[in-house]
Design a protein around this ligand. Structure first.
Ligand SMILES: *Cc1c(COP(=O)(O)O)cnc(C)c1O
Length: 216
């Protein structure tokens, strides 16, 4: 049995309120999410829409902020807009526009633009040079609030290379904030590198394994 209580209390201690913890609950049960919630976690990240919707419905009685952190197919935007408070993986205007148009009345969806910080073929996200154009277009959509950027640096990097990606991300974030002062969030860092990410300016760490244990 995985002891999520111990994982969460250690994590909270390490993070010292410096960033928000997004508990990544993909492939984990609604029961485990509820346990984590009762231990103080209020933000949960999900990658797969169908799986997420089941949990969101069954945990409707809890005051959870749900973060969509997976690849977005544009035909899924309606369900994402209705069920998530945050979307970390915006990488094209078409998706932003659909989320905006499908957003329920009196709701604002917080969005982050995903940047492909190491220019990897296999990863989603835009290049830095496209960021301002996309940010500009998103900033006029009334139902979305541009809150910042998200990155998934290359894995299996030596620590100092990962740190370079983090530093690069912080620089990009600063430039973005110059123009869009409320876009001050940086979603960066996962179970194996969150401390380094925090040291380099992360404001939201996405932790899966480090809370819930290995996924099958
Ligand atoms: C799965 C996932 C995480 C969590 O990864 P861990 O290594 O289990 O902490 C974070 N971010 C994204 C985008 C993910 O897909």
């Amino acid at each position: 049995m995985i002891n999520i209580e111990e994982n969460i209390s250690l994590l909270i201690k390490k993070i010292e309120n410096k960033t928000s913890i997004i508990a990544v609950s993909k492939k984990k049960s609604a029961e485990l999410v509820e346990q984590a919630y009762l231990l103080g976690i209020k933000n949960f990240g999900e990658n797969y829409l169908q799986e997420a919707l089941q949990k969101i419905i069954s945990l409707n009685h809890l005051d959870i902020n749900w973060h969509f952190i997976g690849k977005i197919q544009s035909n899924k935007c309606k369900d994402i807009a209705r069920n998530f408070q945050w979307v970390h993986t915006i990488d094209r205007f078409k998706v932003a526009k659909r989320l905006n148009d499908d957003c329920p009345l009196n709701k604002i969806i917080n969005v982050l633009i995903q940047i492909n910080i190491d220019n990897e073929e296999s990863k989603s996200g835009i290049n830095e040079c496209q960021l301002f154009d996309l940010a500009e277009k998103i900033s006029v959509l009334p139902n979305l609030k541009l809150k910042g950027i998200m990155v998934i640096p290359k894995n299996n990097l030596e620590n100092n290379l990962t740190e370079e990606s983090f530093k690069k991300t912080l620089e990009i974030s600063k430039k973005l904030r110059n123009k869009f002062s409320e876009a001050n969030e940086i979603s960066m860092g996962m179970s194996n590198d969150f401390e380094l990410a925090i040291k380099n300016g992360s404001t939201m760490v996405r932790i899966g394994t480090g809370i819930f244990g290995e996924r099958n």
